[in-house]
Design a protein around this ligand. Structure first.
Ligand code: OAD
Length: 239
């Protein structure tokens, strides 16, 4: 802990990658692991464009359920610590795979939502897109063209939002420190970000409840709850 704190204190540029584990203590289900969403729901039925084309009602039911669940969740000390870290590091970027919006709710400003947002809606036909946290009908329609809306998230088999990967790569390639928090590191491209960071000379740190596929390649691995480790990490960071 002390070595990582000292490292952060001396860093000019830090990139943090987060996954579902950072929101677990807020009550948002993770995807894998014992109580993970993908234990009881099949991603191929719910999180793929072809699944939506075949059964949009089922996919919307899943996303409306998640919007309802996540809408009741509050940021936890891990989200707050990352918002605090941003205020101390001159050049900081948070890249999240999460779609719950809890980093923004915690006060983070410099973040990229690489898998989109549960709170965004996009038309399946025209360019209409909007942020909307209201309760939605089972099959919400576009107010412009009347076609079906879809959740503004990135599904398996879809490319990332244009520009997002390019920006992430540029920032990771010039970071002093790369920290991965609460991700199983099983979904690309995020799972390989640490390699890019290492290749460009960054020190790599993992914060996770348990070891992941990447643990052995990290310079530092801190295992425990993100909501306990991160607040300690930012305590006493200089301005
Ligand atoms: P996973 O569910 O795969 O992994 C969550 C990780 O968080 C696991 O390694 C847990 O051990 C860890 N964890 C759980 N509670 C924690 C806590 N309190 N503190 C620290 N760590 C904790 O979630 P992701 O890696 O985010 O994509 O999954 C990546 C992507 O796969 C998601 O964005 C989603 C999913 O399918 C799409 O839907 C496209």
């Amino acid at each position: 802990m002390e070595m990582v704190k000292a490292l952060l204190d001396g860093s000019k540029k830090v990139v943090v990658l987060t996954g579902a584990g950072v929101s677990a203590e807020s009550g948002v289900p993770t995807f894998r692991g014992r109580d993970g969403l993908w234990k009881t729901h099949r991603p191929e039925d719910l999180a793929r464009p072809d699944a939506f084309a075949m059964n949009p009602e089922l996919v919307w039911e899943f996303y409306n359920w998640r919007r309802d669940l996540v809408g009741k969740c509050e940021p936890n000390p891990a989200h707050l610590a990352l918002a605090e870290m941003e205020r101390h590091i001159p050049n900081f970027l948070l890249i999240t795979q999460n779609v719950d919006g809890l980093h923004a709710a915690a006060g983070s400003r410099k973040y990229l939502e690489m898998h989109g947002s549960l709170w965004q809606l996009k038309c399946t036909k025209c360019t209409h897109a909007r942020d909307d946290r209201s309760d939605l009908p089972p099959m919400p329609e576009c107010p412009v063209c009347g076609h079906l809306l879809r959740p503004g998230v990135v599904w398996f088999g879809e490319p990332l939002i244009p520009g997002v990967l390019k920006l992430a790569i540029a920032q990771i390639s010039s970071a002093d420190v790369f920290i991965s928090v609460g991700t199983s590191n099983l979904v690309q491209p995020a799972a390989s970000f640490y390699q890019l960071a290492r290749e460009h000379g960054a020190v790599t740190v993992e914060v996770n409840l348990e070891p992941t596929a990447n643990t052995g390649f990290m310079d530092f691995a801190m295992h425990g709850k993100a909501g306990e480790i991160l607040p300690e990490l930012v305590t006493g960071l200089s301005e």
